[in-house]
Design a protein around this ligand. Structure first.
Ligand code: OGA
Ligand code: MN
Length: 331
């Protein structure tokens, strides 16, 4: 981990160590069995500043993970992904499964459909940008982790600082045109495993529309809302060629090494909260997928900001299990 700097901060109940020069913090001093309102407010304030916060060795269980998350807003759930017959390996519908285990807690075959679909998570992305109502916070908790030397970190990219650093003429163009990004899950699945998903046609998938330059309301800073689910751009004068070129340029820009930091999972109970409205993240490289269990579970808090729904009608259905893979494979 890059040098930890303990910050002299205004916080009274928590201690903050910065993880990167522009974003990311490790927070100490939170008793997850009993989080006071004051501490909750301090965590929310730290999230606005740092974009993601790491909490080591929490005492959280499935129950208390979900209960704590509910204090941060309305939670999304996985009901719509279970329509294809897939079963959850735990009780809570609010827990998204980011692990490599099947419903019997056995390691999934790295060449199985689900493993190929999971490869898309190895590309920098924003959770739920393909939903009509986007996500605010994600809270990812380790239940079982693989040996450290096999990798399996979670990596983050600072998309607010990436916006700040864009050349002025590009910033002006983006602000003047106020481009809209159309997002779908099929796009990242195909990018993550192109050969396996060669029949998949993202352009036929339902798309959710969100502006690509947005104010991050909790911090008052602008953010690039991009990532691997972003399929194409819409706006005056936009062409398919220009869209593809600009998406690639912005995604490459925002994920340069200088904007990223890689966070190892150290112990069961570790928790990372990130704000999808101001950082990108990905599953880092991992050589242990066939041998080791990596059991990570995530709650996802719906955005409650003024641009939560982007340009999408509020009665638009959340894309479910068959929205992206009907034409290709069953996962
Ligand atoms: C997620 C995710 C990354 C990881 O849970 O949304 O992208 O490291 N996880 O598993
Ligand atoms: Mn994710």
């Amino acid at each position: 981990m890059p040098g930890l700097v303990t910050q002299d901060t205004p916080f009274k109940t928590i201690k903050v160590k910065e993880l990167h020069p522009t974003f990311g913090a490790e927070i100490e001093g939170v008793d997850f069995d009993n989080v006071s309102d004051e501490t909750l407010q301090e965590i929310i304030a730290a999230m606005a500043k740092y974009g993601f916060c790491v909490f080591r060795r929490t005492s959280l269980t499935d129950d208390s993970h979900v209960a704590f998350s509910k204090r941060l807003g309305e939670l999304d759930n996985v009901k719509r992904y279970l329509q294809g017959g897939r079963k959850l390996r735990y009780q809570h519908l609010e827990l998204f499964d980011a692990g490599n285990l099947d419903e019997n807690n056995k390691i999934i075959d790295p060449d199985s459909p689900r493993a190929h679909a999971n490869r898309g998570n190895g590309l920098f992305h924003v959770d739920s940008s393909f939903n009509p109502r986007r996500a605010g916070f994600s809270l990812l908790r380790a239940v079982e982790i693989p040996p450290r030397e096999t990798g399996g970190n979670t990596d983050f990219a600072d998309s607010r600082t990436a916006w700040d650093d864009l050349p002025e003429d590009l910033k002006e163009e983006l602000l003047a045109h106020d481009y809209v990004g159309a997002h779908c899950m099929a796009q990242s699945r195909k990018l993550g495993s192109p050969e396996y998903f060669k029949e998949l046609r993202p352009e036929e998938s339902p798309q959710a529309r969100h502006k690509i330059v947005q104010l991050h309301e909790p911090s008052g800073r602008l953010n690039l809302y991009i990532g691997a689910h972003l399929h194409h751009l819409e706006g005056e004068g936009m062409t398919p060629e220009k869209s593809a070129e600009l998406i690639q340029k912005l995604n490459r820009h925002a994920t340069q090494d200088k904007y990223t930091v890689s966070i190892p999972w150290e112990n069961p109970g570790d928790l990372i909260i990130w704000d999808n409205r101001c950082v990108l993240h990905r599953a880092g490289k991992w050589s242990g997928a066939a041998q080791y269990k990596r059991d990570l579970r995530r709650t996802t808090v719906h955005d409650d900001g003024s641009s939560a729904w982007g340009l999408n009608p509020k009665d638009m259905e959340m894309p479910g299990f068959y929205s992206w893979n009907r034409a290709a494979v069953r996962v």
